[in-house]
Write a protein that binds this ligand. Sequence first.
Ligand code: NDP
Ligand SMILES: O=C(O)C1=N[C@H](C(=O)O)C[C@H](O)C1
Length: 266
Amino acid sequence: MTNEISVVIAGPRGKMGREAVKLVEQTEGMKLSAVIDRQYNHNQLSDLEGFNSDAVIYTSPEECFTTVKPDVLVDLTTPETGYLHAKTALLNGVRPVIGTTGFTQTELEELKELSKENQLGTIIAPNFAIGAILMMKFSQMAAKYFEDVEIIEMHHDQKLDAPSGTGLKTAEMIKEQRASKQQGHPDEKETVTGSRGGDIDGIRIHSVRLPGLVAHQQVMFGGEGQLLTIKHDSHDRGSFMSGVKLCIHSVMNLQELVYGVENIID
Ligand SMILES: NC(=O)C1=CN([C@@H]2O[C@H](COP(=O)(O)OP(=O)(O)OC[C@H]3O[C@@H](n4cnc5c(N)ncnc54)[C@H](OP(=O)(O)O)[C@@H]3O)[C@@H](O)[C@H]2O)C=CC1
Ligand SMILES: O=C(O)C1=N[C@H](C(=O)O)C[C@H](O)C1
C-alpha cells in the first residue's frame, strides 16, 4: 500500500513535458507511472535520448489509463489532443491537470460537466507560474480603477494558439471587474486588418511571436495623464514547475473543475 500520487504525463518530449517529467521524478510522494506520446508505443522512456525513467510509453490514452490506472494526468500537448486526453481521463477515473492552452469555450464547458458528473477534480491552468498568476490578479484589481486596458502577450514562435491562454484568462478576469467598454476613438478604422488586435468585450489583446522569447505579458492601463503597466516574464520553463506540483497535489482533493490556479492558491 503506497500513498504516492501516480502521475501520467502526456507530451513528455515537448519543452514543458521534459521539465514536468523531471519534476515528477524528483518529487517525493509522486511516481511517474507512464507517459502518453504519439510515437514510440510500448517503449520505455529511457529508450529515448535525455531520459532515464523506466516509465512505459503509450500512444493510446485509453490503453494507458485502463492499464496503469493513474491518479492524475498532466497534459502538455496541443489544444485538440489535450482536450481528447482530458475527456478520456475523466471517463476512466483519472484527474486531469491541463497546462495545454487553446481550448474552446464549448470544450471547457464539456469538461466542467464531465468532471462534475464523475465527481473527479480537474484543473485547467492557463499559466502555472506564480508571477503570472499575480500579474492576472493585480490586473483584475487595477481594472476597478482604470477602465481602459490593452494586453500585449509575447511568446516564442513555436506557439500554436493566439491569443495565449494567459492573455485570454487575464481579459476574462478584467471583464468580471469592469463594465463593458469599447475603447479608442468611436470612429477608428483599421487600414491594416488586425492592427487594433483582438477584441474581448472591448479589451484589446495583441499577440507577438518571435524567436528568442519564452512567455511574457504586459497589461497596460491608461488614465488621465497616467499609465500603469503590470508585467511578467518567464525566462525559462522552470518558472512553471512549482505550479505543476501544486496542481498535482490539489487536484487529488477536488471533485469539480477549477479554471485558473488563482482559485487554488488562496
Ligand atoms: N499552463 C502553463 O503554464 C503553460 C502551458 N503551456 C502550454 O503547454 C502546451 C505544450 O507546450 P510546449 O511544451 O511548449 O509545446 P511543444 O511543442 O514543445 O510540445 C508539445 C508536445 O505535444 C506532443 N504532441 C503534439 N501533437 C500530439 C498528438 N496529436 N498526440 C500526442 N502528443 C502530441 C508533441 O509531440 P511531437 O514532437 O510528436 O509533435 C510534443 O512532445 C501548449 O499548449 C502551451 O501553450 C506551455 C507553457 C506553460
Ligand atoms: O505556449 C507557451 O509557451 C505558454 N503557454 C501558456 C499560455 O498560452 O498562456 C502559458 C505561458 O504563457 C507559456
